[in-house]
Design a protein around this ligand. Structure first.
Ligand code: GAP
Length: 517
C-alpha cells in the first residue's frame, strides 16, 4: 500500500471506529478542528498518562500544574508572541489558496528526499543482501545529484529563514518552480508575515473590555507560576514544572488531519537550571525524550533528530524529534534551550523580581530553562500510523481475507479486554458478565455478544483491543476460558483466576517505564 493510500485509510478508519471525528460535522465541519470519539478519548488519556507519569513519578524534581488558558495580555507582549509569533504566508492568485512559504519549500525538500529513497529502494531490491546503502549513497550518480540539489536548496532556505528574508523565500519558490497543489500554477503573491494568535474580548462593556489571547503554548503559564511553585514547593534548582493543556493557533496551512490543528493539546515541561549548565541539561533531556518515544516499540529507524536551522528568538539550542509519518519525517516534539529569556522578560514587564537564591553559590540569578514540548495530537497520529496494519489471513476453504488491526502498545490501547460469551444461552452470558464485573475495576473491558465470534474478534482487532476472552461450555465445567491475542491471533486456555494477573502485567504502564530506566 502506498503511503498516500495508507493515510487516507487511517483517516477513514479513525472515523469509522470512534477515534476521531471532524468537528461540527453536521454543519459541514470547521477547518483543522477535530473531536475525539469514544475510543479516541481513551487513547488520548492513556498517552497523557504515559507522559505525565514519566515526568512526575519518574523524576523526583519535576512537579505539575494546570494553569488557565486565559492569561493577562501583557504576558504575550513579554514573551514576544504579539510581535513575533508569525508565519510567512503566500497566496496563489489562481486558486486563492493560502500556504506557508516555509512549508512549501520543506515539501519540495521532502520530494527530493523521496526521489533518493526510491533509487535506494530499487537498488535494495536489485542487489538483495549484498546491498550496502552507505556506499550506494556515496557513489550512485543519480543519488549524488539529488543530494547536491537538496543541500543547495536547504542551505539557501536556512539562510532566508535565519534572516527572515521574505523576498528570498518567494525567490526560492519561483526558482524551484514550486506550483500550487490546487491550481497547478506558479502565480504567487509576495510573502507576508501573519500572526497566529487568536484573540477575544474579556469584560462586559465595550469601554472596560480587555483584548486577550487564547494561549498559543502552555509554556507561559509555567513561567508566570515559577515563583509560586518554587516557593510553595520549596523546589531546589535544577527542577521542572510540567503541564498538559490546550493551545490555539490560527494556522495558515491546516492540512494533514490532526498533524496541524487550530485547537490542539500540548504536554510541556520547563526545567529550571543554573546558568551555564543549560546545554548539558539540553543533551540530558534529548536522550530521555527519544527513549520515551522508542519505548513504544515502533522501530528505531522511524525516528530522527532534526537540528533547527533557525533558532527562535529565545533559544540557544533547539532540536526536534521527528517521526516517519505516512507523509514523511515530521516534528512530533521540540526540545529547546530557552536561556533566561522568558523569566527575564516577565521580570521586566511585571516589575516583580523573578530569581532564585542558590545556596551553594551564595548568589541569586534568573534561572535558565530547558523545555520539552510535545503535541498530544501529533503523538496520537504517530501511534495510529505506526499501529495501523492490514494483513492477509486465511478465511477457510482456501479463501483469503484482509484483517485490519491496530497494533497499539497494550498499555495505551483504549479497551484492554473484550469479554465474549460464545453463544447467547446456556448461562454463558451470565458467566461472562461475572468475569467482566470482576475485571472492570482493573482495566477498561467491553462486553460483546453480538454476531459470530469471528466478527467480534475483527471488531476488537480494528479498535486495537489486545485481549479477547471467550466463555464457552467448557468454562461452565472447569472455570477456564480461552484468551485470544490480537497480534498473533493465537488462543490459549487459562483458568479465570489467572486472568487478572496475566492481563494486568501486560497492560500496566510500568512495562513502558521499565524501558526508560
Ligand atoms: N513551547 C514551545 C512550543 O510551543 P512548538 O514547536 O511551537 O513549541 C511544540 O510546539 C509541539 O506542539 C510541536 O512539536 C507539535 O507536536 C505541537 N504542535 C504545534 N503546533 C501544532 C498544531 N498546529 N497542531 C498540532 N500540534 C501542534
Amino acid at each position: 500500500m502506498n503511503q498516500e493510500d495508507l493515510f487516507k485509510k487511517l483517516i477513514a478508519h479513525s472515523k469509522e471506529y470512534g477515534y476521531i471525528f471532524p468537528s461540527s460535522e453536521i454543519y459541514d465541519g470547521l477547518g483543522a478542528v477535530y473531536d475525539y470519539g469514544q475510543n479516541g478519548v481513551e487513547l488520548k488519556n492513556n498517552i497523557k498518562k504515559y507522559w505525565w507519569d514519566s515526568m512526575i513519578l519518574l523524576n523526583e524534581n519535576v512537579v505539575g500544574i494546570d494553569s488557565a488558558i486565559f492569561m493577562h495580555p501583557t504576558i504575550w507582549k513579554a514573551s514576544g508572541h504579539v510581535d513575533a509569533f508569525n508565519d510567512p504566508l503566500i497566496d496563489n492568485k489562481d486558486s486563492k489558496k493560502r500556504y506557508r512559504a516555509d512549508v512549501l519549500i520543506e515539501e519540495e525538500l521532502g520530494k527530493i528526499e523521496g526521489k533518493m529513497d526510491k533509487e535506494i529502494e530499487k537498488a535494495k531490491n536489485r542487489f538483495g543482501d549484498s546491498f550496502d546503502e552507505k556506499i550506494f549513497r556515496e557513489t550512485n550518480p543519480r543519488v549524488l545529484e539529488y543530494q547536491q540539489k537538496w543541500d543547495d536548496l536547504h542551505t539557501r532556505f536556512a539562510e532566508a529563514l535565519n534572516n527572515s528574508d521574505l523576498v528570498e523565500l518567494k525567490q526560492i519558490i519561483e526558482d524551484n518552480e514550486i506550483v500550487c497543489p490546487v491550481s497547478g500554477t506558479r502565480n504567487w503573491t509576495d510573502v507576508r508575515q501573519f500572526n497566529l494568535m487568536f484573540s477575544t474580548e474579556m469584560g462586559s462593556t465595550a469601554d472596560s473590555s480587555l483584548k486577550i489571547y487564547l494561549r498559543p503554548e502552555t509554556a507561559q503559564g509555567i513561567f508566570v507560576n515559577y515563583l509560586n511553585v518554587q516557593k510553595t514547593g520549596r523546589m531546589k534548582i535544577p527542577f521542572g514544572i510540567a503541564q498538559i493543556g490546550k493551545a490555539f493557533r490560527n494556522e495558515i496551512v491546516a492540512r494533514q488531519f490532526i498533524f496541524r490543528m487550530r485547537e490542539f493539546e500540548q504536554m510541556e515541561m520547563q526545567f529550571f537550571v543554573r546558568p551555564g549548565s543549560e546545554l548539558s541539561w539540553f543533551e540530558h533531556w534529548k536522550e530521555i525524550r527519544i527513549k520515551w518515544h522508542k519505548a513504544l516499540g515502533f522501530g528505531e529507524s522511524n525516528y530522527r533528530f532534526h537540528v533547527h536551522e533557525k533558532l527562535a528568538h529565545y533559544a540557544n539550542a533547539a532540536v526536534d524529534i521527528e517521526f516517519k509519518f505516512p507523509f514523511g519525517f515530521k516534528e512530533v516534539e521540540g526540545i529547546h534551550s530557552r536561556t533566561d529569556f522568558d523569566l527575564s522578560q516577565h521580570q521586566k514587564f511585571s516589575g516583580k523580581k523573578i530569581q532564585y537564591f542558590d545556596p551553594e553559590l551564595n548568589e541569586s540569578y534568573v534561572p535558565f530553562v530547558v523545555e520539552t514540548s510535545i503535541g498530544v495530537d501529533r503523538m496520537f497520529l504517530q501511534i495510529l500510523s505506526a499501529s495501523y496494519c492490514e494483513e492477509e489471513i486465511d478465511a477457510g476453504d482456501g479463501k483469503k481475507d484482509i484483517r485490519v488491526v491496530l497494533r497499539l502498545p497494550a498499555p495505551l490501547a483504549p479497551v484492554k479486554l473484550a469479554v465474549m460469551p460464545l453463544i447467547k444461552k446456556d448461562g454463558l452470558p451470565e458467566k461472562a458478565r461475572e468475569i467482566m464485573n470482576e475485571l472492570k475495576f482493573e482495566f477498561y473491558c467491553q462486553f460483546d455478544e453480538k454476531d459470530s465470534i469471528g466478527k467480534r474478534y475483527r471488531r476488537q482487532d480494528a479498535i486495537g483491543t489486545p485481549f479477547c476472552v471467550t466463555v464457552d461450555h467448557q468454562t461452565m465445567e472447569d472455570n477456564t476460558v480461552t484468551i485470544r491475542y490480537r497480534d498473533t491471533m493465537e488462543q490459549e486456555r487459562v483458568p479465570i483466576s489467572q486472568l487478572k494477573s496475566m492481563i494486568s502485567e501486560k497492560v500496566n504502564l510500568k512495562r513502558l517505564f521499565e524501558k526508560l530506566m
